[in-house]
Design a protein around this ligand. Structure first.
Ligand code: SF4
Ligand code: SF4
Length: 370
C-alpha cells in the first residue's frame, strides 16, 4: 500500500521497526526526528535487487539513491524493490540541477521511478562550493516541501567541506547533510561534522570505507586492475564512522549479502583499540592512492584538471569495481579537461600533502577512461 502525502504528514516520526530488527541500532536524524538505522543502504552500485530486499527484512530502513545513478536505472530498480515496503522505509534521492525548472522536473521523474508520491530526503547533489547552492535549487526544495513531495531538504557534498558545511548550516533550510566522512579524513572532518549535528541538522556519512581499495597485495600502478573487494579494514572503517553520536547514520554502498551481514556487525560491535591499529596500517597503505578530499589542490593544476573529482572517479573503478560509473563521470567533465594528458607534463604542479601520487593516479584515470 502506498503512503499518501496526507498520511505520512500525520504519521508518527518513528516508523514501526520490523521484527527482524532487534539487532539493528536506530539513531535520531537531527531535527527531522525520524529514527534511522545507524547503517543505511547506499544503492549506487547495487545491481542485485534481492540484496535490497534482504536489507529490508533485516531491519535497515534508510535507502539512498540519486537521479543520476546508472542514468536513472538505479531509482527504477530501488523503486521496484521498495514499493511493497514503502511504509516502513525512508528513501532519499538527489538532483544535480542548479535551476528550479530542471530540479522540479527531476523530482517528478524521481517520484515516478521510485513509485511513490513523496521521498523522505531530497538532496541538492554534489554541492562542492557554496556558489553551487543556487537560490533556484533552494526554492525548488521549499516548493517541493510545501507540496508534500519531499519531507526533508538535504544537501550532499564530496569536496569543499570547510566552506560548504558552514554555508549550508547558515541557510537554515537544510535538514540533512550527506557528507564524505571516514578515518582518513578525521583531522579535517571531525569538527565540521560535529558542527552539523550541533546545529540540529541530520548527519549522514558516505564514503566511509575510504575507497575500498584493493590492498591484499602490493599495489602496482602499471598493472592495477579494477576489482571490487572488501579490505580487511572495512568493518573497522564502518565502526569508526559510527563511533561518535553526532554521525546519525552511514550509507555504505552494498553489493551483496556478505557486505550486508558485515555492516550489521558494525552496528552491534563497539569500536575497539584494535580497530585503530587496523585502520592505521590501512591508512599507510592507501595514502599514495586515496584522495582525502581536503581541497588543498583545488585550482592548482595549471591545466585545470579537477584533481580530486578525477581521483574519485578512479576510486569508483578500482575500489568499487564500477568501471562504467568511473568512465561515465569522467566523460561528464569539460572536453578540454578530458583531453589533458598528465604524461605530457614534465613534472606535476601538485604535491599532495597527504601523499597521493597525483600524476600517476591521473595518468591511470586517463588510460582507463579517456
Ligand atoms: S589530491 Fe591530495 S591535496 Fe588534493 S584534495 Fe586529494 S588529498 Fe587533498
Ligand atoms: S601532471 Fe599534474 S600539473 Fe600536469 S596536468 Fe596532471 S595534474 Fe595537472
Amino acid at each position: 500500500m502506498e503512503v499518501s502525502r496526507r498520511s505520512f504528514l500525520a504519521a508518527p516520526a518513528v516508523l514501526a521497526a520490523p521484527a527482524a530488527s532487534q539487532k539493528v541500532e536506530f539513531r535520531t536524524l537531527g531535527r527531522t526526528g525520524i529514527k534511522v538505522s545507524s547503517v543505511g543502504f547506499g544503492c549506487m552500485v547495487t545491481s542485485d535487487p534481492s540484496v535490497i530486499e534482504r536489507a529490508v527484512d533485516m531491519g535497515i530502513n534508510l535507502f539512498d539513491t540519486a537521479r543520476v545513478y546508472t542514468s536513472g536505472n538505479n531509482e527504477r530498480m530501488v523503486g521496484n524493490v521498495l514499493k511493497p515496503h514503502r511504509q516502513k522505509v525512508f528513501i532519499s534521492s538527489k538532483t544535480k540541477a542548479p535551476d528550479k525548472a530542471t530540479a522540479m522536473k527531476d523530482l517528478e521523474t524521481t517520484l515516478r521511478e521510485l513509485q511513490t508520491d513523496h521521498i523522505d530526503i531530497w538532496y541538492l547533489h554534489a554541492k562542492d562550493t557554496p556558489e553551487q547552492i543556487t537560490a533556484e535549487a533552494l526554492e525548488a526544495q521549499a516548493i517541493a516541501k510545501k507540496e508534500g513531495k519531499i519531507r526533508f531538504a538535504g544537501l550532499s557534498l564530496h569536496n569543499g567541506h570547510a566552506e560548504v558545511i558552514p554555508a549550508a548550516i547558515k541557510l537554515g533550510s537544510i535538514d540533512v547533510i550527506l557528507t564524505t566522512y571516514n578515518f582518513a579524513m578525521a583531522a579535517t572532518m571531525e569538527p565540521l561534522v560535529k558542527s552539523i549535528a550541533d546545529a540540529g541538522i541530520g548527519v549522514v556519512a558516505m564514503k566511509v570505507m575510504a575507497g575500498s581499495m584493493k590492498l591484499d597485495r602490493s599495489y602496482d600502478f602499471d598493472r592495477a586492475k579494477a576489482a571490487m573487494q572488501r579490505p580487511g579494514a572495512a568493518l573497522a572503517a564502518l565502526k569508526w564512522s559510527l563511533r561518535v553520536p553526532y554521525v546519525h547514520t552511514a550509507i555504505p554502498s552494498i553489493k551483496d549479502t556478505d557486505q550486508l551481514e558485515e555492516n550489521l556487525r558494525a552496528m552491534r560491535e563497539p569500536y575497539r583499540p584494535d580497530d585503530s591499529k587496523v585502520l592505521a596500517a590501512h591508512l599507510e597503505k592507501i595514502s599514495p592512492l586515496y584522495c582525502r578530499m581536503c581541497g588543498t589542490c583545488k585550482g592548482v593544476c595549471p591545466q585545470g584538471l579537477p584533481v580530486s573529482d578525477m581521483l574519485r572517479y578512479l576510486t569508483y573503478s578500482e575500489g568499487y569495481g564500477e568501471y562504467a560509473l568511473g568512465r561515465e563521470n569522467f566523460q561528464l567533465m569539460p572536453a578540454e579537461a578530458q583531453a589533458v594528458r598528465c604524461g605530457d607534463c614534465s613534472g606535476c604542479a601538485i604535491q599532495c600533502p597527504n601523499g597521493v601520487q597525483v600524476k600517476n593516479r591521473l595518468m591511470r584515470a586517463q588510460e582507463l577512461f579517456a
